[in-house]
Design a protein around this ligand. Sequence first.
Ligand code: SAM
Ligand code: SF4
Length: 480
Amino acid sequence: MNTIITEDIKTHDEARQGEAFAPLVLENNALKKRFYIESYGCAMNFADSEVVASILNTNGFAATQNTEEADLIFLNTCSIREKAEATVRKRLTEFRKLKKSNPGLLVGVLGCMAERLKEKFLQEEKLVDLVVGPDSYRTLPGLIEEAETGQKAVNVLLSRDETYADIAPIRLNSNGVNAFVSIMRGCNNMCSFCVVPFTRGRERSRDANSILEECNDLFETGYREVTLLGQNVDSYHWIATPTQATGGNYKEAVTFAELLEKVALISPLLRVRFSTSHPKDITDEVLFTIAKYENICNYIHLPVQSGSSRVLQLMNRTYTREWYIAKVNRIREIIPNCGVSTDMITGFCTETEEDHQESLSLMEYCKYDLAYMYFYSERPGTLAARRFKDDIPEEIKKRRLQEMVDLHRIHSLQSMQKDVSKTFEVLVEGFSKKTTDDLQGRSGQNKVVVFPKGDYKKGDYVMVKIDSCTAGTLLGTPVK
Ligand code: SAM
Ligand code: SF4
C-alpha cells in the first residue's frame, strides 16, 4: 500500500479503485448486448467511464455489473504509478476463465495505460481485444465491430480539441446527489515525475456553454453538488469560436473564475466544488469568487508534492516552498476556514533526509485537512525517467512515506477536533455506512458528517452541530 486510505472521493479514492459501474437507470430490453466497465485512477477516469457508457448506450449496449453476462468488458486504466498498472494486469488475468466459457467475449483496455503502451499492450496481454486511448472513445462502436470480426482493434490517437462536450454522460453508480463534470482535458505542465501529459495529451478547455448546460440538467434532475474536474482547473480558458462569439450574448473568453461564478449562479442550492488546482495557477480572482458565493465550497485541493525548493525545481513544479506557503496564507486570508488538502511524493530522485524534513515541516506549517501521499514511482518516458536516476532505495521511500502518513494523521485528527461544537451545513448523500438510522453527508470543507436521520433525506441541506469526531468522521445533531 503506497497511499493513505481516506474516505474522501475528491481526486483519487483508493476505496473506489476497480469499482464496477452500473448506471442509476439504464434498463432497456431493446438493447441486446451488455457491457461491463471498471474504473481505476483519478476522478477524471471515473468521469470518462460515464462518457464511454453514454457512447455505448447509444450504440446498442446496456450496462451490467455482472462480468458473466457481459459481451464486452472494459477496464478504464491508470498509469500514474507502477502499482496502478500492476493492479490492472492482475485483474486482466481474472478474465481468462470467462473468455474460455464465452469465446465471443471482448476485453478492452481504455484510458492512460492504453495510451502509454499502445499496440505493445496486445503483445503483452494476449487476451486483450481492444486498446483505446482517452481521446478515441467516439470511435468505440467501429472498433468493437472490428474486434467482433476477430481482429485486434487499436485507437490511441491523441487530439488537440476533443472534449466530448456534446456527449451527455450516463451517471454510473451515482447517489443522485453529487456528480463529476469534466471541464477540460489533458495537461500542458511538464512535472518531471508525471506521465499524464503523455497519456492525456495537450490541455484543452471544454465549451463553457456545454458545461453550464450539463450542470443545469444535473440540478434539474435533483443533483445538488457538481465537482468541476480537470488536471489543472485554474488554467481553464475557453475561447468561443468566432461564429458563436458574433451571434452570442456571452464574452469571447471564459476564465476559470468566470466559469465558477456561472455555475454557482445556476442555483444557490447547487454546491460547486472543483479539482485539481495547480499552486502556480490559482488566482486571487478565483479565491474572491469562492469567498463571494456561499454555494462554492470552501475547500481547495492544492498539491505541493515536496517541501524542498530544490526538489520542487527538479520536479519542474515552477514554484518554491516559500511561494507555496504564501499561496496557502493567501487562501486562508481571503477564505477563512477554507479546507486545504494536498498531494505529496516521498523519495523523488536525489531527495535527502534534509529535503524530506522540509516536506514534513511544510506539512507542519500547512496542517492539511487531507493529504494523499505516495512514494515516487518512476514512469517510463517522463522527464525524470530520462534525466535523473531513481536513486532512493524503496525501503527509504517507504520509511519516509510512513513518517509523513503518521504526521498527517495527527494533523487530520486535529482538523476534525477543531470542528467539534461548531455547526455546519451538510448536504445529505445517503445513509451512513453503519446504520440506516443515521444519515451521512459532507460539510462545505469536504468532511464526512453523520447524524440521526430524523425526517431528513438524501439531497437535503441540514444544519448539524458537531458533538464529537473520529479520525475520519464528524458526528453531530441537526439544529433548526
Ligand atoms: N494534476 C494534479 C496536480 O498537478 O497535482 C494531479 C495529478 S496526478 C493524477 C495525482 C497525484 O499523483 C499527483 O499530484 C502526484 O502526487 C501523484 N503522482 C504523479 N506521478 C507520480 C509518480 N510518478 N510517483 C508517485 N506519485 C505520483
Ligand atoms: Fe501531472 Fe503536473 Fe499535469 Fe498534474 S500538473 S497532471 S502532476 S503534469
